[in-house]
Write a protein that binds this ligand. Structure first.
Ligand SMILES: [Fe+2]
Length: 310
């Protein structure tokens, strides 16, 4: 099934104003923002949608507000949508919205939407590095650093669910929707890749105690590790609270920096994730500090040697 990944995450929240400000400060472009909420887009049109927790148009909540209310997957074409309908309608009710999108619940009770993707094709400059021994990527007089650089999230990367029965949750995404495990933390859960992308994962599942379920975090891809460090530094300087990072993961190799958010979960900046195809053999390890990151730094204010103010 040609699922590309999440096109849109929909949240039901209490603090509309705080969430809208947070997502724009993160770098997303606010569209139709008001007392009802808003839509916050990355460069390719993938987005977070914020609504009031009591908005009757939202699927039912699986936990207290604020919370993730729906994950809307973008699929390649109408044929993929039809295939999903044929598969999932075997054992659950699907509703079709006016825009042709399909809506249902996964086996853990998470609300899902599927639609022919509305992503815009994205052309954005790569980050170029010069390394002795290889041809320069950035020629003479091309300066790497621009302290005023505008950093825009490029595309929605992944979402992470807490699930009380990881085997059952994984079986749904693998057996019914064609996701593939790329790596796994023993006793915790798999990193899952849908068929329509090579990204290491667009979904990660975390085993939790019975009845505990919800969203742990989600993130957008930035253009580079430098982007993650600069965007995260600016975010800290705006007063937001760092939760974990900056660092670089082992599985997926993606740079990360997680922040607390008013959305009921954490929000991450990520960049430079590995790509894998069907030749990849999934790795497995115990979860812990040594297996989850290559390195970890903690942010601090700028200083200068000899500057006694710090
Ligand atoms: Fe993540």
């Amino acid at each position: 099934m040609n699922i590309l990944g999440p096109d849109e995450l929909v949240f039901g929240v209490d603090d509309i104003e705080g969430c809208c400000q947070y997502l724009q400060d993160y770098g997303l472009q606010g569209i139709d923002v008001g007392a009802h909420g808003g839509r916050f887009e990355a460069m390719d049109g993938t987005a977070v949608v914020v609504r009031r927790a009591d908005d009757p148009a939202l699927p039912p909540a699986i936990g207290p507000a604020p919370s993730l209310r729906e994950t809307v997957y973008g699929v390649a074409d109408a044929a993929a949508l039809k295939q999903i309908h044929a598969e999932l309608s075997k054992d659950r009710e699907l509703t079709e919205a006016g825009d042709g999108s399909l809506h249902c619940f996964d086996d853990m009770g998470f609300a899902l939407g599927f639609r022919v993707t509305t992503r815009r094709s994205l052309i954005a400059p790569p980050v170029l590095s010069n390394a002795p021994g290889a041809p320069p990527q950035r020629g003479p007089n091309k300066v790497a650093v621009d302290q005023n650089a505008v950093i825009l999230p490029r595309t929605l990367s992944h979402v992470v669910y807490f699930v009380p029965d990881v085997a059952k949750a994984e079986a749904f995404y693998v057996d019914r929707l064609g996701f593939r495990p790329t790596d796994r933390f023993t006793g915790v859960g798999p990193f899952l890749q849908p068929a329509g992308t090579l990204d290491h994962h667009t979904l990660f599942l975390i085993q939790t105690p019975p009845f505990m379920k919800g969203c742990d975090h989600f993130t957008f891809h930035l253009g580079s590790g430098t982007d993650v460090l600069l965007a995260g530094t600016r975010f800290v300087n705006k007063g937001y609270q760092s939760f974990w990072g900056p660092g670089r993961h082992l599985y997926g190799s993606n740079w990360f920096w997680y922040f607390n958010s008013p959305l009921g979960c954490k929000m991450e900046y990520d960049a430079d994730m590995d790509l894998h195809d069907a030749n990849w053999l999934a790795r497995e390890s115990k979860v812990g500090a040594d297996t989850s990151q290559l390195f970890l730094f903690s942010q601090r204010d700028k200083w200068f040697p000899g500057d006694e103010r710090h």
